[in-house]
Ligand binder design. Structure first.
Ligand code: ZN
Ligand code: ZN
Length: 447
C-alpha cells in the first residue's frame, strides 16, 4: 500500500490535509480524509500514486480517471447497514438518496434502497478495524472509503463512524458531499486532477452539490447519457421510490409555512432555513433540504417568494429583498421601501394571472399590486383583503398553480381561489399536510 499526502490551503490559516491511500494491486481502494493543520508552507503539489495503466501523477491528464471496472447493469440497489449517531436515520437516508441522485440525473443509472437481503451497494458506518485491512482512525484523518466495481468488495462504501457527520453545513463533515464522492468510486471513477470536481480528492464544502463537467463526462463515459423522455427519467423514478411517508412527512405535517412559490414549474415550500420541493405533486427525495443549497446567501428564513415572468426568483425577509436568476443571486439585499412598500415585513407574495405580470403583496389585512418590470407598486396605498372573497385577513403564504388557481396558506390550512368566479372554492379551507404531503389525519389534529 502506498500513502500520499496532499496539502492545500483553505481560507485563512486553516488548512486541510488530504491523505490518499491506494493499494496498487488488482484491488483499488481510495480513502478520502483530512486533518486540520496550522501554518502550512503552501499548497503542496500532489504526489499522485502510480496508476494501473502506467500513468504517473506528473503526466496524468487533467481529466476524469477510470478505475477500470463498471457495473454491467444500470438498475442498482443499495442498503444502509448502520447509521451515524449524530443524525437521524431519516436524514441519513435522504442524504444518501440525494448523493446518488447527482449520478443518476446524468446517466441511465437508477438506485433503489432495500432494507434487507442482498444489495449491490452496501453502506456502513464503522470504526477502526472493520474487516477490510483499511482501518479507520477515529475523528479526523480518513473519512470514508469505497471499493471499485469488479473488485472482490465491489459496492462496499464505508464511512468512519467517529467523524462528526453533518448534513448541509460545514460545522462537521458533510455527509452529502463525502457520500456523493464515494459513490463516484463505487461506480468506477477514480480521483480526477480537475479541480472543483466532485471526484477531486480535495474535500470542498460547497453547495449546491453538483457534478463538474469532468465528473459528468467520466460517468457518462462509463454508463452513457440518461434515457430520453417521455418515460420518467431515472431521477424521477428514484424520487418516486423514495416517497416514503414515515420519514419525510412528520415535519411537513406539523409545519406552518413561511412562503410557498412555484419555481421552474415545481412547488417549493419554505419553512425557516428549509425547503420542501414538489414536482407534479410529489415530494422529491432529499427534502426538506436547506434552502441555501439552492440559493446561496438566501436569508435564514423568508417571508415571501415568487418567480417573475423572466424566471427571476424574488425572496423577501423583513425589510429586505433579494433576486436570484436560477441559483445565482443577481441583486440584494435591498430595501423593500424601494418598491413602494413600507418597511414592515411582507407576509406573502402571489404571482397571479397567465401573463405572470401581476404580483400581489400581502401584509396585515392589506394588499398591494406590484409591477416587477417597473419595480414599483401600482399604488402605495393598499387595498383591503376583502377583495379576495373568502380569504382570511392574515395569511402566511400564497402561490398560483399551473391551472391559474391561487392558494392562500395560513397555519396548517389553505384556501383555493378560483380565478374565474373570483372567490374561494367550496370545501375550503383544507389541511396543507394532508393535501400536499400525504399526511395522515391522525398526525394532523387541529392545534
Ligand atoms: Zn476519493
Ligand atoms: Zn472499510
Amino acid at each position: 500500500m502506498i500513502a500520499v499526502e496532499y496539502r492545500m490551503r483553505k481560507v485563512g490559516t486553516r488548512v486541510l490535509c488530504f491523505r490518499l491511500y491506494a493499494k496498487v494491486t488488482g484491488l483499488f481502494v481510495f480513502c478520502l480524509g483530512w486533518t486540520a493543520h496550522w501554518n502550512p508552507p503552501r499548497c503542496g503539489v500532489p504526489d499522485l500514486p502510480a496508476l494501473p495503466d502506467g500513468q504517473s501523477g506528473r503526466n496524468r491528464q487533467k481529466r476524469f480517471v477510470l478505475s477500470g471496472g463498471r457495473w454491467e447493469k444500470t438498475d442498482l440497489t443499495y442498503k444502509i447497514i448502520r447509521f451515524p449517531w449524530q443524525l437521524g436515520n431519516t436524514k441519513v437516508r435522504q442524504a444518501i438518496a440525494e448523493a446518488l441522485t447527482v449520478w443518476s440525473d446524468v446517466t441511465p443509472l437508477t438506485f433503489t434502497e432495500v432494507q434487507g437481503g442482498r444489495a449491490d451497494i452496501v453502506i456502513d458506518f464503522t470504526r477502526y478495524w472493520h474487516g477490510d485491512n483499511l482501518p479507520f482512525d477515529g475523528p479526523g484523518g480518513i473519512l470514508a472509503h469505497a471499493f471499485f466495481p469488479k473488485t472482490h468488495r465491489e459496492g462496499d462504501v464505508h464511512f468512519d463512524y467517529d467523524e462528526t457527520w453533518t448534513i448541509g453545513n460545514n460545522l462537521g463533515t458533510d455527509l452529502l458531499q463525502v457520500a456523493a464522492h464515494e459513490f463516484g468510486h463505487v461506480l468506477g471513477l477514480q480521483h480526477t486532477g480537475v479541480s472543483k470536481s466532485l471526484m477531486s480528492p480535495f474535500y470542498i464544502f460547497r453547495y449546491p452539490l453538483s457534478l463538474s463537467e469532468d465528473d459528468k463526462q467520466g460517468i457518462q463515459y462509463l454508463y452513457g447519457k440518461p434515457k430520453p423522455d417521455p418515460t420518467p427519467t431515472p431521477a424521477q423514478k428514484i424520487h418516486d421510490s423514495f416517497i416514503c411517508p414515515q420519514f419525510v412527512q412528520p415535519e411537513a405535517c406539523d409545519a406552518d409555512f413561511d412562503a410557498v412559490s412555484t419555481i421552474r414549474g415545481e412547488l417549493f415550500f419554505f419553512k425557516s432555513r428549509y425547503v420542501w420541493r414538489l414536482r407534479s405533486g410529489k415530494l422529491q427525495a432529499g427534502y426538506p433540504a436547506l434552502a441555501s443549497r439552492h440559493w446561496q446567501g438566501i436569508p435564514s428564513s423568508v417571508d415571501a417568494a415568487f418567480e417573475d415572468s423572466l424566471g427571476n426568483i424574488w425572496f423577501f425577509q423583513g425589510s429586505q429583498y433579494w433576486i436570484y436568476d436560477g441559483e445565482r443571486r443577481i441583486s440584494g439585499p435591498a430595501s423593500i421601501t424601494e418598491l413602494g412598500l413600507s418597511a414592515s415585513p411582507v407576509q406573502a407574495a402571489l404571482m397571479w394571472g397567465t401573463e405572470k405580470n401581476k404580483i400581489y403583496f400581502f401584509k396585515g389585512g392589506s394588499y398591494w399590486r406590484f409591477n416587477p418590470g417597473m419595480r414599483q407598486v401600482d399604488n402605495v396605498y393598499p387595498r383591503r383583503m376583502a377583495d379576495w372573497r373568502g380569504i382570511p385577513q392574515e395569511i402566511d403564504a400564497a402561490f398560483q398553480d399551473e391551472f391559474g388557481f391561487a392558494y392562500f396558506l395560513r397555519g396548517r390550512h389553505y384556501w383555493k381561489f378560483d380565478p374565474v368566479q373570483v372567490k374561494v372554492l367550496e370545501g375550503y379551507p383544507r389541511l396543507i399536510g394532508h393535501d400536499f404531503f400525504g399526511c395522515l389525519p391522525s398526525s394532523n389534529s387541529f392545534r
